[in-house]
Structure formats: structure tokens, C-alpha cells
Design a protein around this ligand. Structure first.
Ligand SMILES: [Cu+2]
Length: 68
């Protein structure tokens, strides 16, 4: 499954890397895109639950929501 999140607050490449690393710290998550221009984080994996994904991003200091 693919999940696309809207991530706000990323201002540079370091921010993108922080979000990517935070998401990849969750078992089974593959990050396919993090883009500060479009405020997007795209993730692939199986049986992913949304809450831990959002929490990992918020923990890094950014805001996150499911993009539908
Ligand atoms: Cu930054």
C-alpha cells in the first residue's frame, strides 16, 4: 500500500532527511519521496497504520496529516 502524507514545516534538505529517517525508523516502512516544496511524504509498506507515521513526524517538529 502507498500512503501520501502532507508534511508542513520542512524548510531545507535537512528537514527532508529528518522526516525520511523518522519514518524509516518504523518497521516495514519504505519512504519513496519526501519533498519540502510540495509538502509531501510518500510511503510504501504493508499493513501500515497511520498514527505511528504521523507521530514520528510530529516528534521531529513538523506537522503531518493524511493527504486524500
Ligand atoms: Cu531544514
Amino acid at each position: 500500500m502507498t500512503i501520501e502524507l502532507e508534511v508542513k514545516g520542512m524548510t531545507c534538505g535537512h528537514c527532508e532527511k529528518a522526516v525520511k529517517n523518522a519514518l524509516e525508523g518504523i518497521a516495514g516502512v519504505t519512504v519513496t519521496e519526501v519533498n519540502r516544496i510540495t509538502n509531501t511524504a510518500r510511503i510504501e509498506g504493508q499493513n501500515l497504520s497511520l498514527e505511528p507515521l504521523l507521530a514520528a513526524i510530529v516528534e521531529e517538529g513538523y506537522s503531518a496529516a493524511l493527504r486524500v
